[in-house]
Design a protein around this ligand. Structure first.
Ligand SMILES: Nc1ncnc2c1ncn2[C@@H]1O[C@H](COP(=O)(O)OP(=O)(O)OP(=O)(O)O)[C@@H](O)[C@H]1O
Ligand SMILES: [Mg+2]
Length: 346
């Protein structure tokens, strides 16, 4: 190709992207006049705005691997759902992401379509038998760049077996450090998520010692904040004795129903108590999110255009944009449109 061909190609590309930009702007402009007088219409308009704002978004690489423990000793608040969907959203945005299933229930492994029948090399082998983490990691079949260290039922015995072991609180941290230091900068994981069981036992302690950040999903329900102070006290204890870098970086409201006062009251309270940590984007209660695991999928692949998938992508973008990064993607849209949550209708 001659230089002039090349220049012409670039000019064509610039025109095409300009046309796309104009089209997106005119659709967005049209949405400003959209009749959002009913909740359904408002939701459709918000989804359309988000879809356009997130179109083709590449997330920036953090300067170093971010290790997040997803914890809340309250059961069923959306820890696993949040872990797998945020991980899939970040991987879909071009990053390398590892999910460590640290819960004997193995729900994260199921949701990612990862084999975890008894006997599969798993987190148990890493914690108890010093098997390298790299030897148990499997690629997620549906999402490029997404990997999982599965949990099998064996892990249910680990809580007791760990009690008598040397350096019992540091075993996961040592395994992750060994894995990361064996990787080149090119292949390094950008994010590691550790999915925890609903308890504050040794498995969760291992996850707290291994991470720098804690992500707490909070269900937008009445009892949501009960038990939170105990969780925060435990994190303080770990910080004081075992991991001085640990901090709660992110709080995410899950199963949010904007039609109810209760959801909004919980959201207000959480935002008031944790103004810097709470993500602007709440995750709505969504049938598609709850259906996806039964197909061994995240909602990102099960129904990428659904409200739930878009909310997790917007949350992932907010998390990624808070990191210290090595590069900024030129495709990153302005976050303001993607994060609007004020369309509350009853
Ligand atoms: N946004 C949502 N909309 C609808 N259902 C949801 C949503 N988030 C999670 N769920 C459903 O709620 C249930 C609990 O979610 P999940 O397993 O993620 O919670 P958990 O905190 O990991 O639970 P556990 O404490 O048992 O590990 C699951 O059936 C899941 O499909
Ligand atoms: Mg779980």
């Amino acid at each position: 190709m001659t230089e002039s061909d090349d220049t012409a190609g670039m000019a064509d590309g610039a025109v095409a992207s300009d046309q796309q930009g104009n089209a997106a702007r005119s659709i967005l402009g049209g949405l400003d006049h959209f009749d959002d007088s009913t909740p359904l219409a408002a939701q459709l308009a918000e989804d359309a705005r988000r879809r356009i704002a997130l179109e083709g978004t590449r997330f920036p690489r953090p300067r170093e691997t971010r290790i997040l423990t997803v914890a809340n000793q309250k059961g069923g608040v959306g820890k696993t759902t949040t872990t797998v969907n945020l991980a899939a959203a970040l991987a879909t945005g071009g990053l390398q992401v590892l999910v460590i299933d640290n819960d004997p229930q193995g729900n994260a492994s199921t949701a990612l379509g990862i084999d975890h029948h008894a006997g599969t090399p798993s987190t148990y082998d890493v914690l108890i038998d010093d098997v390298p983490l790299a030897d148990v990691v499997q690629p997620c079949p549906d999402v490029d760049g997404l990997f999982c260290a599965p949990a099998t039922i064996d892990l249910s015995g680990a809580e007791i077996e760990l009690v008598s072991m040397v350096a019992r609180e540091n075993r996961l941290r040592n395994a992750i450090s060994a894995l990361l230091s064996s990787q080149s900068d090119e292949e390094r994981y950008d994010y590691v998520f550790i999915d925890c069981p609903p308890s504050l036992g040794l498995l969760t302690v291992n996850a707290f010692v291994a991470a720098r950040e804690v992500l707490i999903p909070i269900q937008s329900e009445y009892y949501a904040l009960e038990g939170l102070s105990q969780l925060l006290r435990n994190i303080e204890l770990i910080r004081g004795h075992l991991n001085p870098t640990l901090h709660v970086s992110t709080i995410l409201l899950t199963m949010f129903d904007k039609r109810t006062n209760l959801s909004r009251q919980v959201a207000d309270e959480v935002h008031t108590h944790f103004p810097d940590q709470t993500l602007e984007v709440p995750i709505p209660r969504s049938v598609r999110i709850s259906e996806a695991p039964s197909y061994g999928q995240t909602v990102l692949t099960y129904d990428p255009g659904s409200t739930g998938a878009l909310a997790y992508r917007a949350a992932a973008q907010e998390i990624a944009s808070r990191a210290e990064t090595t590069q900024t993607s030129p495709a990153m849209p302005e976050p303001s449109e993607a994060h609007r949550t004020e369309d509350v209708h009853e």
